[in-house]
Design a protein around this ligand. Structure first.
Ligand code: NAI
Length: 448
């Protein structure tokens, strides 16, 4: 069959691209070898956030007495939380299938391989397309540590299938995935230790944000060993080296969360001469175009931003360019969230990143604890909001927050950045009271 647009991979890049291109009148093929929704829906964002919410609900109930809520005999039913997680995933998958049907996208189940001249082979059948979007996602990058293949060692996909709680979870890697699972397990009473090779967790965040997140998680019971390089894993121990020498910890579940790598194998990419960068990602320009005209890439496969919402936006950018509207990615206004308790939500440049670009900045920072709604709802949490402005123009460059509800507020800061608002324009925006979002208005009073 001949298509206008073929999309390989049905994650948050693929199904959004397919829907958008089909609604613009293109004849679209969407190929998926596993399940609709990709990693985000089946092995990532959606199941992990559903389990995090289950753990948060348990913790709130357990510590409800500050609100006057006394619950007797409270317990956490992990299999039931998994059932809820599975229901959510099924509903969302049905939603995507319905959307594809509505927009008349041809969905084909199978493994696609690219052939010369824009031919695509799927399970013995060949199709053709004018444009092709590669959005095959990423997989956990497992380091060559002896023992990583043992049965009790899991990655971020494997841990989502575990329906019983361990006694001691050791997390290798204090990045976003490591922190989210550490928070979830510690919230339901599991002993958790994070081993992070760098001097601080989440090293890509604003350093004050990373430190505050670590302190917040430590208050929930997560133990952190920083500067700890894992050397080997045995049936009941994890061995690591830090400044004090060689150490070991007992563990009955080990999560390896040391990053991800783009899925570029067995797709026929080498034979086509597709440009792959040193980190294994498909090299694209800011429109998602590869070095082969008509072949595009979006989502995790270019290895630029490992975020579902970035993937969807990349997909929109590609489809806009194919359908005649000029568009490009703007990573400086790409929000990111860590769904821990406390949450982290950031958008734009940190002070350090702005200064490295030679920009003179002004910084404002206020504690979340000045906000009435925040302390009413989060009596046991600290956190702060930090804003970065360009010194001369007072243009907003970045907002960095730690604390409950940040994930629901960051889009506001994103809109301000995307529309290049300055301090005086933001001051004229009315924020509803009492809401935690007022912190974004109030932080400007602290800019120096
Ligand atoms: P990551 O790159 O965020 O963190 C991995 C951490 O492991 C680093 O801090 C690194 O220093 C450490 N590490 C590496 N080797 C180690 C070793 N041998 N011993 C101890 N520590 C070691 O990767 P992560 O957490 O696996 O996440 C992958 C990607 O997925 C990230 O880019 C993340 O942003 C994205 N993601 C985003 C989510 C969100 O937006 N909420 C949720 C989950 C993932």
């Amino acid at each position: 069959m001949k298509y206008d647009f073929a999309v390989i991979g049905a994650g948050p890049a693929g199904y959004i691209a397919a829907k958008k291109a089909a609604s613009a009148g293109k004849k679209v093929l969407l190929v998926e070898k596993k399940k609709l929704g990709g990693v985000c829906l089946n092995e990532g964002c959606v199941p992990s956030k559903t389990l995090l919410q289950a753990a948060k609900t348990y913790r709130h109930a357990k510590h409800g007495s500050i609100f006057g809520v006394e619950v007797e005999g409270i317990r956490f039913d992990f299999p039931k939380a998994h059932q809820h997680k599975n229901n959510v995933m099924n509903k969302m998958r049905d939603g995507i299938a319905g959307l594809m049907k509505k927009y008349k996208v041809d969905v084909v189940e199978g493994e696609a391989k690219l052939l010369p001249n824009f031919q695509i082979e799927i399970e013995g059948e060949t199709h053709e397309a004018t444009d092709i979007l590669l959005c095959t996602g990423s997989s956990p990058a497992i380091p060559p540590i002896p023992g990583v293949d043992l049965e009790h060692v899991v990655d971020s996909t494997g841990i989502l299938d575990r329906e019983s709680l361990p006694n001691h979870l050791v997390v290798v890697g204090g990045g976003v995935i490591g922190c989210e699972f550490a928070c979830m397990y510690a919230s339901v009473g599991v002993q958790v230790t994070v081993l992070e090779a760098m001097p601080e967790i989440c090293p890509n965040l604003d350093p004050e944000v990373s430190a505050s997140l670590r302190e917040g998680l430590a208050k929930k019971g997560v133990n952190f060993n920083l500067g700890a390089k894992v050397q080997s894993i045995s049936a009941d121990k994890v061995s690591y080296a830090d400044d004090s020498g060689s150490n070991e910890l007992e563990a009955d579940l080990v999560l390896v969360a040391t990053g991800r790598r783009p899925n570029t194998k067995n797709l026929g990419l080498e034979e086509l001469g597709l440009d792959i960068d040193d980190r294994g990602g498909v090299r694209v320009d800011n429109r998602g175009a590869t070095n082969i005209p008509g072949l595009w890439a979006a989502g995790d496969v270019p290895g630029q931003a490992w975020l579902a919402h970035a993937a969807s936006r990349m997909a929109e950018v590609v489809v806009n360019n194919i359908t005649g509207r000029k568009d490009h990615m703007r990573y400086d206004s790409m929000p990111a969230v860590v769904y821990t308790s406390p949450e982290v939500a950031v958008v734009g440049l940190t002070k350090e990143e702005a200064e490295a670009r030679g920009i003179k900045v002004k910084v404002g920072r206020i504690p979340m604890a000045i906000n009435a709604r925040y302390i009413a709802e989060n009596p046991d949490e600290t956190g702060f909001c930090k804003v970065i402005l360009e010194a001369d123009t007072r243009k907003l460059l970045g907002v960095h927050m730690v604390g409950g509800a940040c994930s629901e507020m960051i889009f506001g800061a994103t809109a301000m950045l995307e529309t290049e608002l300055r301090e005086e324009e933001i001051e004229e925006i009315v924020f509803p009271h009492p809401t935690t979002s007022e912190i974004i208005k109030d932080v400007f009073m602290a800019v120096r």
